[in-house]
Design a protein around this ligand. Structure first.
Ligand code: BES
Ligand code: MN
Ligand code: ZN
Length: 504
């Protein structure tokens, strides 16, 4: 993690490896830039002109200077134009911060300093601005180098970010930094589990991480093993795990607020630690990144740690059904019929539609044992969702407008974008089969694999308000966003945390 420092002293007085200047398009030379020109580089304006640097979004100019007897890399990064209401899209700021951290690290800087923008620029509070800066800087500094042996390739870790501001209320700013760190850590922790090799991150590994988190943060935890899962009649989770030599696990973390009569939300995350497709085996290139199929579970477990620290005034249950989906002589076969925890049955037509089978049991369990006021599930459920939303929007499906609004509000605050897809009755019949209550794949006549998958899950939430988030497009390898990098994004962590924090 990056050590954050807030100071009322001047940027150019900071002894640091890098000054980052984040500017809007057609910016005017600031007082600090004038000082910089005076002290170290009189031709600053000419430099901008030479590079035609006007502050276009993510355009970058680098200027090494010598100051305080050291080399300081000055990085200038554009945030683009402001909108018609004169505010700047906050996402542009997030990306500029991401770019600054990436660039600083590429220039072998360990410490970075910047001047905090005026929150009015974005129409936000100073606390929000500094909390987001902290989260995003930490996300941008994340890398997965556990298996790189060449120190050259391991690169430089950013260890400190100094934020210069004339804001005086250091107590509320410090609190905002603490919150930003908690969120950044939760996102990066999920990313790390997702990026790790699938033979290391197996169901037992994730269950063990959940146990550690529970112990450290005072959460209640229950973990059911495969034997118990079978005994409880969770035929979906058990069926998916049958091809694997490893046991499946059902992890349940509980956070209880001190507030009286608080509502309860259940977060449910898909945890397939590797999805080969099973006997309906995937082609090699579709299998390459299937270690990411536990992103929902990683997100939920890591979110629970942040929740334990942030203590929102709502009870949160985090549930993760976890298994490996592999082919073998004991694996489930197309044509098999399974019975779920709520008594419903499904014919398995395609063993690669396994996510909905493990979620069916987990959702049923949440409904029966916790009577939650809302359920949100997160899953890398369908390749189809990436066909229309690409990597930039998580698919959201629900029939409950009020809950959808809450998630959309959390989306705005967190910066994690969601897009609602229709969940009309027309699609419901796609998952019929003559031999069981449900078929685990939608009939090809109905296409729309993301929507028919959501209809499958709908059978397991009873009357509870429910939102389904399909993160198959957003969990891994999102291009062009500087605070991500190749590999896991930690999709859903920032979003779920804000759902909990803003629950009313
Ligand atoms: N884990 C996959 C979905 C997925 C695809 C996640 C690409 C991330 C990237 C899921 O289990 C799956 O295989 N879904 C099938 C469903 C089909 C067999 C009905 C799919 O999307 O093709
Ligand atoms: Mn699959
Ligand atoms: Zn899957």
């Amino acid at each position: 993690m990056i050590t954050m420092k807030v100071t009322n002293s001047k940027l150019l007085d900071q002894k640091t490896d890098c000054y980052a200047f984040i500017v809007e398009e057609n910016f005017t030379i600031s007082k600090t830039m004038q000082d910089l020109a005076k002290k170290a580089f009189p031709e600053l304006k000419a430099l901008f002109e030479h590079h035609k640097f006007t502050g276009r979004l993510l355009s970058t100019v680098v200027l090494p200077i010598s100051l305080h007897d050291r080399i300081v890399q000055c990085i200038f990064i554009g945030m683009g134009k402001h909108r018609s209401d004169k505010t700047i899209d906050f996402e542009h700021y997030r990306r500029a911060i991401g770019q600054a951290i990436k660039q600083a690290s590429a220039l072998k800087c360990q410490t970075v300093a910047l001047e905090l923008q005026s929150p009015k620029h974005f129409g936000v509070t100073a606390e929000y601005l500094i909390s987001q800066t902290t989260t995003i800087a930490n996300m941008a500094a994340y890398h997965f180098h556990d298996f790189l042996t060449d120190p050259e390739r391991r690169g430089i870790d950013i260890t400190q970010l100094t934020v210069c501001t004339d804001l005086k209320d250091t107590k509320s700013l410090q609190l905002a930094i603490d919150e930003g760190e908690i969120i950044g850590h939760a996102v990066n922790q999920a990313r790390h589990w997702i990026d790790m090799p699938p033979s290391m991150v197996n169901p037992q590994f994730l269950a063990e991480r959940a146990r550690e988190i529970a112990k450290k943060n005072g959460l209640k935890i229950t973990v059911f093993n495969e034997k118990q899962i079978n005994e409880m009649g969770m035929g979906g989770l058990a069926a998916v795990s049958r091809g694997s030599e490893l046991d499946c696990e059902l992890v349940i973390l509980e956070y209880k607020t001190k507030k009286k009569n608080a509502q309860t939300i259940a977060f449910v995350g898909k945890g397939i630690t590797f999805d080969s497709g099973g006997l309906s085996i995937k082609p090699a290139d579709s299998m390459e990144n299937m270690k990411d199929d536990m992103s929902g579970a990683a997100g939920v477990i890591s979110t629970m740690e942040a929740i334990a620290k942030l203590k929102p005034e709502v009870n949160i249950i985090g549930i993760a059904p976890i298994a490996e989906n592999l082919p073998s002589g004991t694996a489930i076969k197309p044509g098999d019929i399974v019975k779920f925890y709520n008594g419903k049955t499904a014919e398995i037509k395609n063993t690669d539609a396994e996510g909905r089978l493990i979620l069916a049991d987990a959702l049923s369990y949440a409904v029966k044992h916790y009577k939650p006021d809302a359920i949100i599930d997160v899953a890398t459920l369908t390749g189809a969702v990436a066909y229309f939303l690409g990597a930039f929007y998580t698919g959201l499906l629900s029939q409950h407008d009020e809950l959808v609004e809450k998630v959309q509000e959390a989306s705005k605050i967190s910066g994690e974008r969601v897009w609602r897809l229709p969940l009309d009755e027309d699609y419901k019949v796609a998952i019929r089969t003559p031999v069981a209550d449900l078929s685990n794949t939608g009939s090809s006549r109905y296409k729309s694999g993301t929507i028919t998958a959501a209809w499958f899950l709908h059978n397991f939430v009873g009357q509870v308000p429910w939102v389904h988030l399909d993160i198959a497009g957003t969990a891994f390898d999102v291009p062009d966003i500087p605070y991500y990098r190749q590999g896991a994004t930690g999709a859903s962590v920032r979003l779920l945390i804000e759902v909990a924090r803003n629950w009313k």
